[in-house]
Design a protein around this ligand. Structure first.
Ligand SMILES: [Zn+2]
Ligand SMILES: [Zn+2]
Length: 205
């Protein structure tokens, strides 16, 4: 006997359908549940996780304060490009290029600090394993001696925790601290450069 496409009405009203159809419906239901259990986006604490590698460690982590990042991002874009293109209109092409490179690098490292996983890992000890230390809040394995701290705002354990930075939307930890440092360096360089350009511009007037 061939397996026919089962109908929902059949399932609800007709209790006398054959065993084969019954199994077919069961398998279909199980597949639907499995598909529903595989979301692309995963929420861990107050964090949104994307792009898992083979160790199930997320590469991209968006924090709870993402709105601050958008405000900071727009602020950098507006002040940088207004100064670069309006004020620099009176300066040489080289100073425009340097200003543009510094701004692009500042924005690039800002975006990377916002996106890269700061040190979230999801490994939990097995149920019968009582010896492995675990975080009392998130239940993940607690590694001793590497500065793993549970952040209250992110509600997640961060390996190599440095601080919670609302301007990057989340914590600064082992994974994104170098990008954050580069962002700070280029922010400072960009500001210093703009100050020099503005003072030169004012001298000319
Ligand atoms: Zn934790
Ligand atoms: Zn945090």
């Amino acid at each position: 006997m061939e397996i026919k496409e089962p109908k929902i009405e059949l399932n609800l009203t007709n209790n006398n359908y054959s065993n084969k159809e019954n199994i077919y419906i069961k398998l279909n239901e199980e597949n639907n549940i499995k598909n529903k259990e595989k979301p692309k986006l995963k929420k861990h604490g107050n964090l949104y996780l994307f792009c898992y590698n083979s160790n199930k460690t997320p590469k991209i982590v968006i924090g709870p304060d993402w709105i601050f990042f958008i405000i900071g991002f727009l602020f950098i874009i507006i002040y940088s490009f207004i100064i670069t293109f309006i004020l620099f209109y009176y300066s040489s092409i080289y100073s425009k290029i340097i200003g543009l490179i510094l701004t692009i690098l500042q924005i690039l490292f800002y975006i990377l600090s916002f996106l890269i996983n700061p040190g979230v890992q999801l490994k939990k000890p097995k149920k019968d394993d009582l010896k492995t230390p675990k975080c009392i809040y998130s239940g993940v394995i607690k590694y001793i001696g590497i500065g793993q701290i549970h952040c209250e705002q992110c509600d997640a354990c961060i390996i190599g925790y440095d601080h919670h930075c609302p301007w990057t939307g989340k914590c600064i930890g082992e994974g994104n601290k170098n990008y954050f440092r580069l962002f700070i360096i280029f922010t400072f360089l960009n500001f210093a450069y703009m100050m020099v350009i503005i003072s030169l511009f004012l001298e000319k007037i």
